[in-house]
Design a protein around this ligand. Structure first.
Ligand code: PMP
Ligand code: GLU
Length: 392
């Protein structure tokens, strides 16, 4: 008998689809994979070299639960210089990917039945993480007209006596939208008046196509106190497989996260942590070059998608996703549970292109494509999408 905790948990769509693509590819089937949010770049050499050096120098022993001091120092410097937030060493915990930082934070904050507010569309794992930890996800339907960004009024209406936390992903996966400072200030004011926390998932913060980005914790001392900032190296430094993410929070929360982590996994791999140290201290130029490439790809993808009749989307300001409204074709499909799953299934089977159904992000009228893949694949994938839609 499995734990009841798993009764309402769906496996990760993004991970499942990309595993399926790998299987199909290994059978010799040529699939264009525009499903997974994984940079097609390799980890920059200087980051890899720091990892290799750690192996050679036998820095392979247990270390502090919260993460290597050198790495936490580098994270403090990054947060101060780039995000204008001053953190101390014992306010940072390094974990095995941003995913792990988020689950650790949820474990540190939630009691069974506590409510976590999640604006829709949301990144696929938020809802399931909250449920696994015994929390209750409360979804807010945001408006397309507002680029699916949460407003302070929408937030106010969703708060109850059980609300513990608001999850904000900025820049957003799947829409690419970025909140302005004013929008964040009005959201934070509501949170401050309601004795709750904000988990600010800023993992895509460096991948953006507008100059200004405001970290929630940078808004004020009070905002910093109630915010747990999540970030990592997976996306910005193309280090998905190394599994390094981190949280920055008040000392009290950081201590709780570190205690949980100490018992569950001790700490993330020291080799990966040294590589992450290399990325943060030596690879700024490599990261900026990747963003230049994403910018060109975004422009190309947006221009090609604009030529397809009847689909609409939000022009992404950050991350590497485009969330496409495919609702006009709904009556062309017969499906039992999910339109977007059926749409993506037929597109994969008939046109060999993998994309992610909107249902994974809580909105079934949409599908998500990525442009962190080779530009030829992005162009060909969009050309086939145009053909598919024309055929309907
Ligand atoms: N947050 C968001 C919004 C993401 O898209 C992802 C994707 N991986 C993560 C967190 C987790 O990142 P990591 O690979 O560092 O666990
Ligand atoms: N976050 C990425 C995505 O949304 C990677 C897969 C995952 O971790 O869910 O595709």
């Amino acid at each position: 008998m499995l734990s009841k905790r798993l009764d309402h948990i769906t496996p990760s769509y993004t991970i499942e689809i990309s595993t399926k693509v790998s299987e199909l590819k290994s059978q010799g089937i040529d699939i264009i994979n525009l499903s997974i949010g994984e940079p097609d770049f390799f980890t920059p050499d200087q980051a890899k070299n720091k990892g290799l050096q750690a192996v050679k120098e036998n820095r392979t022993k247990y270390d502090a639960a919260a993460g290597l001091k050198e790495l936490r120092n580098a994270i403090c410097n990054k947060l101060l210089e780039e995000n204008n937030i001053s953190y101390e060493l014992d306010e940072i915990v390094v974990s095995s990917g941003a995913k792990h930082s988020i689950t650790n934070t949820l474990m540190a904050l939630l009691d069974p039945g506590d409510e976590v507010i999640i604006p829709k569309p949301f990144w696929v794992s938020y809802s399931e993480m909250v449920k696994m930890i015994g929390g209750v996800p409360i979804y807010i339907e945001t408006k397309k007209d507002n680029n699916f960004k949460l407003t302070s009024n929408e937030l106010k209406n969703a708060i109850s006596s059980k609300t513990k936390l608001l999850l904000i992903n900025n820049p957003s996966n799947p829409t690419g939208a970025i909140y302005t400072e004013e929008e964040l200030r009005s959201i934070v004011n509501v949170v401050l008046n309601n004795d709750m926390y904000i988990l600010a998932d800023e993992i895509y913060e460096k991948i953006r196509y507008i100059d200004k980005f405001t970290s929630i914790a940078a808004l004020s001392g009070e905002a910093k106190e109630i915010t747990i900032t999540i970030n990592g190296l997976s996306k910005s430094a193309a280090m998905t497989g190394w599994r390094v993410g981190y949280s920055a929070s008040s000392k009290k929360i950081a201590k709780a996260i570190s205690t949980i982590q100490g018992h569950l996994v001790s700490h993330p791999s020291t080799i990966s942590q040294w590589a992450a140290y290399g990325a943060l201290t030596l690879c700024q130029d490599d990261m900026a070059q990747m963003v230049d490439v994403y910018t060109k790809r975004r422009d190309k993808a947006v221009s090609l998608l604009s030529e397809i009749d009847d689909i609409s989307f939000i022009n992404p300001q950050g991350a590497f996703y485009i969330f496409l409204d495919v609702s006009p074709f709904k009556d062309k499909f017969s499906y039992k549970d999910s339109y977007s799953v059926e749409f993506c299934k037929r597109f994969l089977e008939d046109y060999n292109v993998a994309i992610v159904p909107g249902i994974a992000f809580g909105i079934d009228d949409y599908v998500r494509i990525v442009y962190c893949a080779d530009i030829d694949d992005v162009e060909e994938g969009i050309r086939r999408l145009k053909e598919f839609i024309k055929s309907l």
